[in-house]
Design a protein around this ligand. Structure first.
Ligand code: PGA
Length: 256
């Protein structure tokens, strides 16, 4: 049984004051819920504050939105794994479609970052997903397989077992247009089949695959009930503490 994992990707939002306000409400709402893994992924400038506030909280973990693959050195504007570890960051989102589309991240770059994150004992959340043009052209499976094989190139089966994947159809991100549970399930099943081809059935059965793209409280239960959907990477709806807590509660409601 794969444990569900719900992550809040705050993107380029929230000042430290706003993050503090979020946490005050969110931690009350979420209480000591432990049936799912919960991860907050704030901006770099709010990581230290959120880390400090979570230091006495057991059931909410910290993630970062990006990371450089190199050891500390002359890389102006970049953040190393060591810097994230110092703040007790446990997860790192890699290859988000915004980074791929707006900042030139390729599968080869995502692969280097994934290896560096694993070497630093952080859990990568590796994002893949097709654009609308690719879906309309019938290329969903080709795109997902290429991104998956490229991003996970040369990883050992044990390393693959340690990561989290996020299927985020680009056309569903921030658009209010969610993939139907069936569309998402189909893509997740294909991703798991491809993982089995890259590693083996047992490993593929253990890897958690989040869905991302306009997840909100109202559509959470339907998505999270699908057999191959193991959690959510939530953008817009994660900025509102009560709404994000509702997404977690709706996910718990599907556990039976
Ligand atoms: P969204 O973003 O929930 O605002 O669609 C999801 C994501 O990009 O991770």
């Amino acid at each position: 049984m794969r444990r569900k994992i719900i992550a809040a990707n705050w993107k380029m939002n929230m000042t430290n004051d706003e993050a503090e306000g979020f946490l005050e409400t969110f931690l009350l709402e979420v209480g000591d819920e432990k049936r799912v893994d919960v991860v907050l992924v704030p901006s770099f400038t709010t990581l230290a504050k959120v880390s400090e506030k979570l230091s006495s909280v057991q059931n909410v973990k910290l993630g970062a939105q990006n990371m450089h693959w190199e050891k500390p050195g002359a890389f102006t504007g970049e953040i190393s794994a060591e810097m994230l570890r110092e703040l007790f960051v446990r997860y790192v989102v890699l290859g988000h479609s915004e980074r791929r589309a707006l900042f030139g991240e390729t599968d080869a770059i995502v692969n280097k970052k994934t290896k560096a994150a694993l070497a630093a004992t952080m859990t990568p959340i590796v994002c893949i997903g097709e654009t609308l043009a690719e879906r309309d052209a019938g290329q969903v499976e080709t795109v997902l397989e290429t991104q998956l094989r490229g991003s996970l190139a040369d990883l050992t089966p044990a390393q693959i077992e340690d990561l989290v994947l996020a299927y985020e159809p680009v056309w569903a991100i921030g658009t209010g247009r969610t993939a139907t549970p069936q569309q998402a399930q189909e893509a997740h099943a294909f991703i798991r089949k491809t993982l089995a081809a890259i590693s083996d059935d047992a490993i593929a059965g253990k890897v958690r695959i989040q869905y991302g793209g306009s997840v909100k409280p109202a559509n959470t239960a339907d998505l999270m009930s699908q057999p191959d959907i193991d959690g959510a990477l939530v953008g817009g709806a994660s900025l509102e503490p009560r709404g994000f807590a509702e997404i977690i509660q709706a996910t718990c409601g599907t556990l039976g």
